[in-house]
Design a binder for this molecule. Structure first.
Ligand code: C2O
Ligand code: CU
Length: 528
Protein backbone atom coordinates (compact mmCIF):
# COMPACT_ATOMS: atom_id res chain seq x y z
CA UNK A 1 0.00 0.00 0.00
CA UNK A 2 1.33 3.41 -0.91
CA UNK A 3 0.93 5.53 2.17
CA UNK A 4 2.10 8.72 0.45
CA UNK A 5 -0.78 8.70 -1.93
CA UNK A 6 -3.20 9.04 0.90
CA UNK A 7 -4.28 12.18 2.60
CA UNK A 8 -6.61 13.16 5.34
CA UNK A 9 -10.08 13.94 4.06
CA UNK A 10 -11.70 14.86 7.29
CA UNK A 11 -10.22 15.10 10.73
CA UNK A 12 -12.70 17.06 12.77
CA UNK A 13 -12.99 15.08 15.96
CA UNK A 14 -10.86 14.64 19.00
CA UNK A 15 -10.63 10.96 18.17
CA UNK A 16 -9.27 11.76 14.76
CA UNK A 17 -6.67 13.97 16.39
CA UNK A 18 -5.64 11.04 18.56
CA UNK A 19 -5.49 8.91 15.46
CA UNK A 20 -3.02 11.27 13.83
CA UNK A 21 -0.58 10.69 16.63
CA UNK A 22 -0.93 6.94 16.50
CA UNK A 23 0.85 4.23 14.60
CA UNK A 24 -0.55 3.55 11.14
CA UNK A 25 -2.11 6.99 11.26
CA UNK A 26 -5.07 7.64 9.07
CA UNK A 27 -8.33 9.47 9.27
CA UNK A 28 -9.49 9.05 5.71
CA UNK A 29 -8.15 8.17 2.33
CA UNK A 30 -7.94 9.28 -1.20
CA UNK A 31 -8.66 6.27 -3.28
CA UNK A 32 -5.73 4.58 -4.94
CA UNK A 33 -5.55 5.13 -8.69
CA UNK A 34 -6.27 1.51 -9.51
CA UNK A 35 -9.95 0.95 -10.19
CA UNK A 36 -11.62 -1.34 -7.67
CA UNK A 37 -13.56 -4.42 -8.78
CA UNK A 38 -16.30 -3.53 -6.33
CA UNK A 39 -17.06 0.01 -5.21
CA UNK A 40 -19.73 0.57 -2.59
CA UNK A 41 -20.98 3.50 -0.57
CA UNK A 42 -22.30 2.80 2.92
CA UNK A 43 -24.09 5.66 4.62
CA UNK A 44 -24.48 5.25 8.39
CA UNK A 45 -27.83 6.92 9.02
CA UNK A 46 -30.68 7.32 11.45
CA UNK A 47 -33.79 5.67 10.09
CA UNK A 48 -37.12 4.09 11.00
CA UNK A 49 -38.14 0.52 10.21
CA UNK A 50 -41.42 -1.24 10.88
CA UNK A 51 -40.30 -4.26 12.86
CA UNK A 52 -43.49 -4.92 14.76
CA UNK A 53 -47.13 -4.02 14.21
CA UNK A 54 -47.80 -0.42 15.08
CA UNK A 55 -45.26 2.31 15.27
CA UNK A 56 -42.00 2.08 13.34
CA UNK A 57 -38.83 1.58 15.37
CA UNK A 58 -36.05 4.17 15.32
CA UNK A 59 -32.79 2.52 14.28
CA UNK A 60 -29.29 3.35 13.12
CA UNK A 61 -28.30 1.48 10.00
CA UNK A 62 -26.15 1.20 6.92
CA UNK A 63 -27.72 2.24 3.64
CA UNK A 64 -25.78 0.83 0.70
CA UNK A 65 -25.29 1.90 -2.90
CA UNK A 66 -23.29 0.06 -5.52
CA UNK A 67 -21.09 2.52 -7.38
CA UNK A 68 -19.26 0.00 -9.55
CA UNK A 69 -19.09 -3.78 -9.84
CA UNK A 70 -21.37 -6.76 -10.27
CA UNK A 71 -24.97 -6.05 -9.20
CA UNK A 72 -24.89 -9.17 -6.99
CA UNK A 73 -22.22 -7.57 -4.78
CA UNK A 74 -24.78 -5.55 -2.85
CA UNK A 75 -28.18 -6.74 -1.75
CA UNK A 76 -30.43 -4.36 0.20
CA UNK A 77 -33.62 -5.69 1.75
CA UNK A 78 -36.69 -3.99 3.16
CA UNK A 79 -38.24 -4.46 6.58
CA UNK A 80 -34.94 -4.90 8.39
CA UNK A 81 -32.42 -2.69 10.12
CA UNK A 82 -29.49 -4.81 8.94
CA UNK A 83 -27.12 -3.32 6.43
CA UNK A 84 -26.97 -4.69 2.89
CA UNK A 85 -25.48 -8.13 2.33
CA UNK A 86 -22.13 -7.67 0.59
CA UNK A 87 -20.93 -10.49 -1.69
CA UNK A 88 -17.25 -10.54 -2.64
CA UNK A 89 -14.88 -13.02 -4.17
CA UNK A 90 -11.35 -13.79 -3.19
CA UNK A 91 -8.83 -11.63 -5.00
CA UNK A 92 -11.22 -8.76 -5.64
CA UNK A 93 -10.10 -5.25 -4.96
CA UNK A 94 -12.76 -3.51 -2.90
CA UNK A 95 -13.45 0.12 -2.09
CA UNK A 96 -16.11 0.98 0.47
CA UNK A 97 -16.85 4.59 1.31
CA UNK A 98 -18.35 5.23 4.70
CA UNK A 99 -20.35 8.41 5.08
CA UNK A 100 -21.07 9.09 8.75
CA UNK A 101 -24.48 10.76 9.01
CA UNK A 102 -24.90 9.82 12.68
CA UNK A 103 -24.69 12.23 15.63
CA UNK A 104 -21.56 10.50 16.95
CA UNK A 105 -18.27 9.04 15.71
CA UNK A 106 -18.20 5.59 14.14
CA UNK A 107 -15.98 3.16 12.21
CA UNK A 108 -16.65 -0.09 10.33
CA UNK A 109 -14.86 -3.33 11.16
CA UNK A 110 -14.82 -6.11 8.54
CA UNK A 111 -15.08 -8.96 11.02
CA UNK A 112 -12.90 -11.92 10.04
CA UNK A 113 -11.24 -10.29 7.05
CA UNK A 114 -7.49 -10.00 6.75
CA UNK A 115 -6.95 -6.33 5.87
CA UNK A 116 -4.34 -3.62 6.62
CA UNK A 117 -4.58 -2.08 10.08
CA UNK A 118 -5.87 1.30 8.88
CA UNK A 119 -8.63 -0.48 6.91
CA UNK A 120 -9.78 -2.59 9.84
CA UNK A 121 -12.10 -0.12 11.59
CA UNK A 122 -9.96 0.37 14.69
CA UNK A 123 -11.52 2.98 17.00
CA UNK A 124 -8.46 5.19 16.55
CA UNK A 125 -9.73 5.72 13.01
CA UNK A 126 -13.15 6.86 14.15
CA UNK A 127 -14.97 9.08 11.69
CA UNK A 128 -16.55 12.21 13.16
CA UNK A 129 -20.18 13.08 12.37
CA UNK A 130 -20.31 14.40 8.83
CA UNK A 131 -17.00 12.72 7.98
CA UNK A 132 -16.10 10.09 5.40
CA UNK A 133 -13.59 7.26 5.33
CA UNK A 134 -12.52 5.18 2.40
CA UNK A 135 -11.84 1.55 3.19
CA UNK A 136 -9.82 -0.14 0.52
CA UNK A 137 -8.52 -3.68 0.53
CA UNK A 138 -8.02 -6.82 -1.50
CA UNK A 139 -10.02 -9.85 -0.42
CA UNK A 140 -7.39 -12.35 0.75
CA UNK A 141 -9.77 -14.56 2.76
CA UNK A 142 -11.17 -17.82 1.54
CA UNK A 143 -14.87 -18.46 0.92
CA UNK A 144 -16.86 -18.03 4.08
CA UNK A 145 -19.39 -16.14 6.16
CA UNK A 146 -18.08 -12.87 7.55
CA UNK A 147 -19.81 -9.75 8.78
CA UNK A 148 -19.26 -6.06 9.33
CA UNK A 149 -20.26 -3.77 12.16
CA UNK A 150 -19.62 -0.48 13.95
CA UNK A 151 -16.58 -0.29 16.24
CA UNK A 152 -16.14 3.13 17.92
CA UNK A 153 -14.54 3.27 21.34
CA UNK A 154 -17.01 2.64 24.15
CA UNK A 155 -20.02 2.77 21.79
CA UNK A 156 -19.82 -0.50 19.87
CA UNK A 157 -22.52 -2.11 22.02
CA UNK A 158 -25.07 0.64 21.58
CA UNK A 159 -24.34 1.20 17.88
CA UNK A 160 -24.61 -2.47 16.94
CA UNK A 161 -27.72 -2.80 19.10
CA UNK A 162 -29.38 0.03 17.17
CA UNK A 163 -28.66 -1.81 13.93
CA UNK A 164 -25.19 -1.03 12.58
CA UNK A 165 -24.23 -4.47 11.25
CA UNK A 166 -24.49 -6.53 8.07
CA UNK A 167 -23.41 -9.78 6.45
CA UNK A 168 -20.38 -10.10 4.16
CA UNK A 169 -19.99 -13.30 2.14
CA UNK A 170 -16.83 -14.32 0.35
CA UNK A 171 -16.73 -16.93 -2.40
CA UNK A 172 -13.72 -18.46 -4.14
CA UNK A 173 -12.82 -20.92 -6.90
CA UNK A 174 -12.46 -23.87 -4.55
CA UNK A 175 -15.96 -23.36 -3.19
CA UNK A 176 -17.51 -22.91 -6.62
CA UNK A 177 -16.43 -26.42 -7.66
CA UNK A 178 -18.42 -27.94 -4.76
CA UNK A 179 -22.06 -29.03 -4.97
CA UNK A 180 -23.35 -26.66 -2.32
CA UNK A 181 -26.78 -25.01 -2.16
CA UNK A 182 -26.72 -21.63 -3.91
CA UNK A 183 -28.96 -18.68 -4.58
CA UNK A 184 -32.15 -18.81 -2.55
CA UNK A 185 -30.99 -22.03 -0.88
CA UNK A 186 -27.95 -20.34 0.64
CA UNK A 187 -29.37 -18.35 3.55
CA UNK A 188 -27.51 -16.13 5.99
CA UNK A 189 -29.37 -16.07 9.32
CA UNK A 190 -28.24 -13.34 11.71
CA UNK A 191 -29.37 -14.00 15.29
CA UNK A 192 -29.83 -11.02 17.59
CA UNK A 193 -31.84 -10.41 20.74
CA UNK A 194 -33.51 -7.09 21.41
CA UNK A 195 -35.89 -5.57 23.94
CA UNK A 196 -38.71 -3.31 22.76
CA UNK A 197 -40.67 -0.87 24.91
CA UNK A 198 -44.45 -0.42 24.68
CA UNK A 199 -43.83 2.19 21.99
CA UNK A 200 -41.97 -0.37 19.79
CA UNK A 201 -38.65 1.35 20.46
CA UNK A 202 -35.39 -0.46 21.19
CA UNK A 203 -34.31 -0.44 24.82
CA UNK A 204 -30.60 -0.19 25.58
CA UNK A 205 -29.67 0.38 29.23
CA UNK A 206 -28.90 4.00 30.02
CA UNK A 207 -25.18 4.36 30.04
CA UNK A 208 -24.29 7.98 30.69
CA UNK A 209 -23.18 7.71 34.29
CA UNK A 210 -21.96 4.17 33.90
CA UNK A 211 -20.07 5.17 30.81
CA UNK A 212 -18.25 7.90 32.66
CA UNK A 213 -17.30 5.39 35.34
CA UNK A 214 -16.16 2.83 32.80
CA UNK A 215 -14.07 5.31 30.96
CA UNK A 216 -12.53 6.29 34.22
CA UNK A 217 -11.28 2.72 34.39
CA UNK A 218 -13.19 1.67 37.45
CA UNK A 219 -15.13 2.65 40.48
CA UNK A 220 -13.02 5.31 42.11
CA UNK A 221 -14.30 8.02 44.35
CA UNK A 222 -17.29 6.07 45.64
CA UNK A 223 -19.74 8.35 43.88
CA UNK A 224 -23.37 7.81 44.79
CA UNK A 225 -25.40 6.34 41.98
CA UNK A 226 -29.12 6.25 41.45
CA UNK A 227 -30.82 2.85 41.30
CA UNK A 228 -31.36 3.04 37.55
CA UNK A 229 -27.81 4.18 36.94
CA UNK A 230 -26.62 1.25 39.01
CA UNK A 231 -28.82 -1.14 37.03
CA UNK A 232 -27.50 0.39 33.82
CA UNK A 233 -23.97 -0.01 35.04
CA UNK A 234 -24.48 -3.64 35.97
CA UNK A 235 -26.02 -4.34 32.57
CA UNK A 236 -23.10 -2.66 30.92
CA UNK A 237 -20.62 -4.73 32.87
CA UNK A 238 -22.40 -8.05 32.50
CA UNK A 239 -23.75 -7.56 28.99
CA UNK A 240 -27.05 -6.54 27.45
CA UNK A 241 -29.60 -9.26 26.75
CA UNK A 242 -32.84 -8.73 24.86
CA UNK A 243 -36.00 -10.69 25.57
CA UNK A 244 -37.05 -11.09 21.94
CA UNK A 245 -35.18 -12.87 19.19
CA UNK A 246 -34.75 -11.23 15.79
CA UNK A 247 -33.55 -13.10 12.72
CA UNK A 248 -31.96 -11.00 9.97
CA UNK A 249 -33.07 -7.83 11.71
CA UNK A 250 -36.76 -8.76 11.67
CA UNK A 251 -39.16 -10.25 14.14
CA UNK A 252 -38.85 -13.94 13.57
CA UNK A 253 -41.65 -15.63 11.67
CA UNK A 254 -41.91 -19.01 9.98
CA UNK A 255 -39.53 -19.48 7.10
CA UNK A 256 -40.92 -21.45 4.17
CA UNK A 257 -38.49 -23.98 2.74
CA UNK A 258 -38.61 -26.67 0.05
CA UNK A 259 -37.87 -30.31 0.90
CA UNK A 260 -34.25 -30.02 -0.25
CA UNK A 261 -30.83 -29.12 1.07
CA UNK A 262 -30.06 -25.60 2.28
CA UNK A 263 -26.90 -23.93 3.48
CA UNK A 264 -27.81 -22.02 6.61
CA UNK A 265 -25.13 -19.51 7.53
CA UNK A 266 -25.72 -18.79 11.18
CA UNK A 267 -24.22 -15.52 12.44
CA UNK A 268 -24.36 -14.64 16.11
CA UNK A 269 -24.86 -10.88 15.85
CA UNK A 270 -26.13 -10.55 19.44
CA UNK A 271 -24.44 -8.18 21.87
CA UNK A 272 -23.91 -10.78 24.61
CA UNK A 273 -26.14 -13.81 24.14
CA UNK A 274 -24.72 -17.24 23.33
CA UNK A 275 -26.88 -19.77 21.50
CA UNK A 276 -27.00 -23.54 21.87
CA UNK A 277 -28.59 -24.50 18.57
CA UNK A 278 -30.44 -27.77 18.07
CA UNK A 279 -33.23 -29.21 15.94
CA UNK A 280 -36.38 -29.63 17.98
CA UNK A 281 -36.68 -33.33 17.08
CA UNK A 282 -33.20 -34.08 18.39
CA UNK A 283 -31.70 -34.99 15.02
CA UNK A 284 -28.03 -34.00 14.64
CA UNK A 285 -26.84 -30.84 12.91
CA UNK A 286 -24.41 -31.09 10.02
CA UNK A 287 -21.70 -28.44 10.09
CA UNK A 288 -19.86 -27.54 6.89
CA UNK A 289 -18.12 -24.32 7.90
CA UNK A 290 -16.96 -22.11 10.75
CA UNK A 291 -15.85 -18.46 11.12
CA UNK A 292 -13.13 -18.51 8.46
CA UNK A 293 -14.68 -20.80 5.87
CA UNK A 294 -15.48 -24.37 4.97
CA UNK A 295 -14.27 -27.31 7.00
CA UNK A 296 -12.21 -30.10 5.54
CA UNK A 297 -15.21 -32.43 5.82
CA UNK A 298 -18.71 -32.21 7.33
CA UNK A 299 -19.06 -32.70 11.08
CA UNK A 300 -22.11 -33.76 13.04
CA UNK A 301 -23.13 -32.40 16.40
CA UNK A 302 -26.12 -33.01 18.61
CA UNK A 303 -26.16 -29.25 19.28
CA UNK A 304 -23.96 -26.29 18.39
CA UNK A 305 -22.64 -23.51 20.58
CA UNK A 306 -22.60 -20.11 18.87
CA UNK A 307 -21.04 -17.34 20.96
CA UNK A 308 -21.25 -13.64 20.02
CA UNK A 309 -19.61 -12.99 16.60
CA UNK A 310 -19.10 -16.67 15.80
CA UNK A 311 -20.46 -18.08 12.54
CA UNK A 312 -21.36 -21.60 11.66
CA UNK A 313 -22.53 -22.98 8.30
CA UNK A 314 -25.06 -25.77 8.56
CA UNK A 315 -26.15 -28.19 5.84
CA UNK A 316 -29.88 -28.64 6.42
CA UNK A 317 -31.83 -31.16 4.36
CA UNK A 318 -35.47 -30.26 4.87
CA UNK A 319 -36.46 -33.29 2.80
CA UNK A 320 -35.85 -35.37 5.91
CA UNK A 321 -39.00 -33.98 7.44
CA UNK A 322 -42.55 -34.48 6.26
CA UNK A 323 -44.11 -31.50 4.55
CA UNK A 324 -46.26 -29.71 7.06
CA UNK A 325 -44.30 -31.09 10.02
CA UNK A 326 -43.06 -28.43 12.42
CA UNK A 327 -39.31 -28.06 12.15
CA UNK A 328 -37.89 -25.76 14.75
CA UNK A 329 -34.36 -24.59 15.33
CA UNK A 330 -34.12 -24.06 19.07
CA UNK A 331 -31.64 -22.67 21.52
CA UNK A 332 -31.36 -25.12 24.41
CA UNK A 333 -30.67 -24.42 28.05
CA UNK A 334 -27.09 -24.38 29.23
CA UNK A 335 -25.08 -23.21 32.20
CA UNK A 336 -22.92 -20.29 31.09
CA UNK A 337 -21.59 -19.46 34.52
CA UNK A 338 -23.13 -16.67 36.54
CA UNK A 339 -26.69 -15.84 35.67
CA UNK A 340 -27.56 -12.31 34.80
CA UNK A 341 -30.50 -10.46 36.16
CA UNK A 342 -32.34 -7.73 34.32
CA UNK A 343 -33.55 -9.86 31.43
CA UNK A 344 -36.75 -11.79 31.13
CA UNK A 345 -34.77 -14.20 28.95
CA UNK A 346 -31.53 -14.87 30.83
CA UNK A 347 -28.48 -16.17 28.97
CA UNK A 348 -28.65 -19.95 28.86
CA UNK A 349 -32.44 -20.20 28.78
CA UNK A 350 -34.22 -22.28 26.17
CA UNK A 351 -36.34 -20.72 23.41
CA UNK A 352 -37.31 -21.15 19.75
CA UNK A 353 -34.96 -19.46 17.29
CA UNK A 354 -36.71 -20.08 13.99
CA UNK A 355 -39.61 -22.19 12.73
CA UNK A 356 -39.40 -23.71 9.26
CA UNK A 357 -42.50 -24.59 7.28
CA UNK A 358 -41.56 -27.37 4.86
CA UNK A 359 -43.51 -26.98 1.61
CA UNK A 360 -44.36 -29.76 -0.83
CA UNK A 361 -42.00 -30.18 -3.74
CA UNK A 362 -39.71 -32.71 -5.32
CA UNK A 363 -36.44 -33.80 -3.86
CA UNK A 364 -34.18 -33.46 -6.84
CA UNK A 365 -31.02 -31.79 -5.60
CA UNK A 366 -28.18 -33.46 -3.69
CA UNK A 367 -29.21 -34.37 -0.18
CA UNK A 368 -25.81 -35.10 1.33
CA UNK A 369 -23.04 -32.56 1.60
CA UNK A 370 -19.83 -33.24 -0.33
CA UNK A 371 -17.58 -35.39 1.86
CA UNK A 372 -14.56 -33.29 0.88
CA UNK A 373 -15.09 -29.58 1.38
CA UNK A 374 -12.11 -27.23 1.58
CA UNK A 375 -8.42 -27.94 1.69
CA UNK A 376 -7.71 -27.29 5.35
CA UNK A 377 -4.10 -27.81 6.40
CA UNK A 378 -3.46 -29.45 9.77
CA UNK A 379 -2.65 -26.96 12.51
CA UNK A 380 1.12 -27.02 13.11
CA UNK A 381 1.68 -25.95 16.71
CA UNK A 382 5.40 -26.64 16.37
CA UNK A 383 5.55 -23.83 13.78
CA UNK A 384 4.95 -21.30 16.58
CA UNK A 385 7.99 -19.35 17.78
CA UNK A 386 6.82 -20.03 21.34
CA UNK A 387 5.81 -23.67 20.82
CA UNK A 388 5.37 -25.33 24.19
CA UNK A 389 5.36 -21.99 26.00
CA UNK A 390 2.03 -20.29 25.26
CA UNK A 391 1.57 -16.57 25.87
CA UNK A 392 -0.97 -16.25 28.62
CA UNK A 393 -3.86 -13.79 28.37
CA UNK A 394 -5.80 -13.79 31.61
CA UNK A 395 -9.29 -12.32 31.36
CA UNK A 396 -9.48 -10.18 34.45
CA UNK A 397 -11.71 -7.97 36.51
CA UNK A 398 -9.86 -5.35 38.56
CA UNK A 399 -11.47 -2.52 40.47
CA UNK A 400 -14.75 -3.29 38.71
CA UNK A 401 -13.12 -2.95 35.29
CA UNK A 402 -12.67 -5.69 32.70
CA UNK A 403 -9.25 -6.24 31.24
CA UNK A 404 -6.60 -8.64 29.96
CA UNK A 405 -3.72 -9.42 32.31
CA UNK A 406 -5.09 -6.64 34.51
CA UNK A 407 -5.00 -3.95 31.81
CA UNK A 408 -8.10 -2.34 30.34
CA UNK A 409 -8.29 -0.94 26.81
CA UNK A 410 -5.98 1.89 25.91
CA UNK A 411 -6.33 3.38 22.41
CA UNK A 412 -2.72 3.11 21.27
CA UNK A 413 -1.06 0.86 23.79
CA UNK A 414 0.29 -2.65 23.28
CA UNK A 415 2.41 -4.24 26.00
CA UNK A 416 5.55 -6.33 25.28
CA UNK A 417 3.57 -9.58 25.42
CA UNK A 418 1.11 -8.01 22.99
CA UNK A 419 3.88 -7.34 20.47
CA UNK A 420 4.52 -9.91 17.76
CA UNK A 421 6.70 -10.22 14.66
CA UNK A 422 5.35 -10.16 11.14
CA UNK A 423 5.77 -13.54 9.47
CA UNK A 424 5.61 -15.60 12.67
CA UNK A 425 3.12 -17.86 14.40
CA UNK A 426 2.45 -17.85 18.14
CA UNK A 427 0.43 -19.91 20.58
CA UNK A 428 -1.85 -17.77 22.72
CA UNK A 429 -3.74 -19.07 25.72
CA UNK A 430 -6.87 -17.31 26.94
CA UNK A 431 -7.55 -18.08 30.57
CA UNK A 432 -10.95 -17.45 32.06
CA UNK A 433 -10.37 -18.25 35.70
CA UNK A 434 -12.18 -15.34 37.24
CA UNK A 435 -9.10 -13.41 38.32
CA UNK A 436 -10.22 -10.50 40.42
CA UNK A 437 -13.88 -11.40 40.12
CA UNK A 438 -16.24 -10.88 42.99
CA UNK A 439 -17.15 -13.93 45.06
CA UNK A 440 -15.72 -16.31 42.48
CA UNK A 441 -18.30 -15.36 39.88
CA UNK A 442 -17.02 -16.11 36.40
CA UNK A 443 -18.71 -15.41 33.09
CA UNK A 444 -18.11 -16.93 29.69
CA UNK A 445 -16.32 -14.71 27.15
CA UNK A 446 -16.14 -14.78 23.37
CA UNK A 447 -12.58 -13.88 22.40
CA UNK A 448 -12.00 -12.35 18.96
CA UNK A 449 -8.67 -11.49 17.33
CA UNK A 450 -8.79 -8.92 14.53
CA UNK A 451 -7.17 -9.44 11.16
CA UNK A 452 -6.47 -13.17 11.43
CA UNK A 453 -7.98 -16.64 11.23
CA UNK A 454 -6.57 -18.93 13.89
CA UNK A 455 -6.81 -22.58 14.86
CA UNK A 456 -7.95 -23.87 18.22
CA UNK A 457 -5.28 -26.22 19.61
CA UNK A 458 -6.64 -27.30 22.93
CA UNK A 459 -9.04 -26.65 25.73
CA UNK A 460 -8.72 -27.43 29.39
CA UNK A 461 -11.28 -26.78 32.08
CA UNK A 462 -10.72 -26.81 35.80
CA UNK A 463 -12.61 -29.52 37.64
CA UNK A 464 -14.69 -27.11 39.71
CA UNK A 465 -16.32 -25.85 36.50
CA UNK A 466 -16.71 -29.26 34.87
CA UNK A 467 -20.45 -29.61 35.45
CA UNK A 468 -21.33 -26.33 33.72
CA UNK A 469 -18.85 -27.11 30.96
CA UNK A 470 -20.61 -30.37 30.20
CA UNK A 471 -23.72 -28.45 29.23
CA UNK A 472 -21.85 -26.92 26.26
CA UNK A 473 -18.78 -28.98 25.41
CA UNK A 474 -20.36 -31.35 22.87
CA UNK A 475 -21.43 -28.33 20.81
CA UNK A 476 -18.02 -26.75 20.23
CA UNK A 477 -16.63 -26.93 16.70
CA UNK A 478 -12.88 -26.35 16.81
CA UNK A 479 -11.96 -28.11 13.56
CA UNK A 480 -11.75 -25.15 11.20
CA UNK A 481 -10.57 -21.56 10.84
CA UNK A 482 -11.74 -19.36 13.66
CA UNK A 483 -11.56 -15.67 14.50
CA UNK A 484 -13.70 -15.87 17.63
CA UNK A 485 -13.69 -18.53 20.31
CA UNK A 486 -15.92 -19.24 23.28
CA UNK A 487 -13.94 -19.39 26.53
CA UNK A 488 -16.10 -20.89 29.24
CA UNK A 489 -15.80 -20.19 32.97
CA UNK A 490 -12.78 -22.03 34.37
CA UNK A 491 -11.46 -22.73 30.90
CA UNK A 492 -8.09 -22.26 29.17
CA UNK A 493 -8.14 -22.21 25.38
CA UNK A 494 -4.97 -22.37 23.29
CA UNK A 495 -4.98 -21.00 19.77
CA UNK A 496 -2.36 -20.90 17.04
CA UNK A 497 -2.24 -17.46 15.40
CA UNK A 498 -0.19 -16.41 12.36
CA UNK A 499 0.75 -12.81 11.58
CA UNK A 500 1.22 -12.24 7.87
CA UNK A 501 1.15 -9.50 5.24
CA UNK A 502 0.29 -6.50 7.41
CA UNK A 503 2.26 -4.83 10.17
CA UNK A 504 0.45 -2.46 12.51
CA UNK A 505 -1.85 -2.15 15.47
CA UNK A 506 -4.84 -4.51 15.68
CA UNK A 507 -7.42 -5.31 18.32
CA UNK A 508 -8.26 -8.43 20.24
CA UNK A 509 -11.18 -8.45 22.65
CA UNK A 510 -14.22 -10.11 24.08
CA UNK A 511 -17.06 -9.87 21.57
CA UNK A 512 -19.67 -9.57 24.26
CA UNK A 513 -19.96 -5.97 23.22
CA UNK A 514 -20.55 -4.49 26.65
CA UNK A 515 -17.45 -6.27 27.95
CA UNK A 516 -15.50 -4.85 25.03
CA UNK A 517 -16.84 -1.35 25.65
CA UNK A 518 -16.00 -1.70 29.35
CA UNK A 519 -12.34 -2.51 28.78
CA UNK A 520 -12.06 -6.20 27.85
CA UNK A 521 -10.19 -5.18 24.70
CA UNK A 522 -6.52 -4.60 23.96
CA UNK A 523 -4.27 -3.92 21.02
CA UNK A 524 -1.61 -6.21 19.65
CA UNK A 525 1.19 -4.75 17.59
CA UNK A 526 2.61 -6.57 14.57
CA UNK A 527 6.16 -5.39 13.96
CA UNK A 528 7.71 -5.65 10.53
CU1 C2O B 1 -16.50 -8.06 15.39
CU2 C2O B 1 -13.50 -5.97 17.18
O1 C2O B 1 -15.06 -7.04 16.31
CU1 CU C 1 -16.71 -11.05 27.75
Amino acid sequence: MNRNRRRVLQAGSALAAVALAGPGMAAGRTPSSRLPDVHIELRAIRDEVTLRPGKPTAVWRYMGRLIAGDAAALQMEGGTYLGPTIRLSRGQRVRIELSNELPEATTIHWHGLHVPDDMDGHPRHAVAPGGRYIYEFTVLNGAGTYWYHAHPHGRTGSQVYRGLAGVLLVSDDEESTLALPRGGYDLPLVLQDRTFDADQQLVYPASNESNAMMNGGGMHGGAMMSGSAMAGMMARMMGVLGDELLVNGRSSKDLEVLPRAYRLRMVNGANTRTFKLAWSDGSPLTVIGTDGGLLDRPQEREYLMLAPAERIDIWADFGRWDPGAPVVLRSLEFDGGMTRGGSRLPDGSGFDVLKFAVLRGDRSAALEPPQRLAHLPDAQPQSAINAGLPKVFDLTMRMMAWGVNGRSFNMLQASPEETVKLGTHEVWEFRNEGQGSMMGMVMAHSMHIHGVQFRVLKRQVSSSFAAAYQTVSAGLVDEGWKDTVLVMPGERVQVLVGFSDYAGLFLYHCHMLEHEDAGLMRNYLVQA
